[in-house]
Design a protein around this ligand. Sequence first.
Ligand SMILES: C[S@@+](CC[C@H](N)C(=O)[O-])C[C@H]1O[C@@H](n2cnc3c(N)ncnc32)[C@H](O)[C@@H]1O
Length: 167
Amino acid sequence: MLEIGPANGIFASEICNLAKNVSYIGLDWSETMVEQARDTNSQLMKNRSVRFVYGNSKQLMLADNSFNHVLAIHTIYFWNKPLQHLSEIHRVLKQGGRFYLAFGDRCFMEKLSFTQYGFKLYRRTDVFSLLNKVGFTIIQSQQFHETGLSNSGKIQNKTINIIECKV
Ligand SMILES: C[S@@+](CC[C@H](N)C(=O)[O-])C[C@H]1O[C@@H](n2cnc3c(N)ncnc32)[C@H](O)[C@@H]1O
């Protein structure tokens, strides 16, 4: 499994415990996050096939057809040319491999003040089109609605999209 943008890797152990013999690479374009992820998961890295590497999904230094699963959670907002990233993800997945993408929907993200700075926002239908363009087949998509505190301390209704697609 490849995770794009695991940040400090806080979910890596949970992900690795979902099945036996999971081999996991967490790839992040922040060196600080890669270091933190290695610190947080030092025990996991000793016991399991787990690595955290520095890199950018725009150009993955990884072989074609080499992963069964790719995961990207709350990362698509930061991709200037999302088709490049999605094509790379498609390239490294094996035939039949799955890509799971999760992101906050444009409908509430656009109301948050910080998203004016460098975020590209999407509705799920926008993302379906991008995924189809690079050759993914959408398997299922779910929307979760939750209420929580925003960074500014206000109560915020959130809509989170989770899309599963395959090569
Ligand atoms: C908002 S955080 C989300 C962290 C984690 N996935 C979560 O949901 O809790 C985004 C992370 O993705 C990384 N990131 C975003 N785009 C990336 C890319 N194209 N390649 C590698 N890392 C990326 C950032 O450095 C950051 O650590």
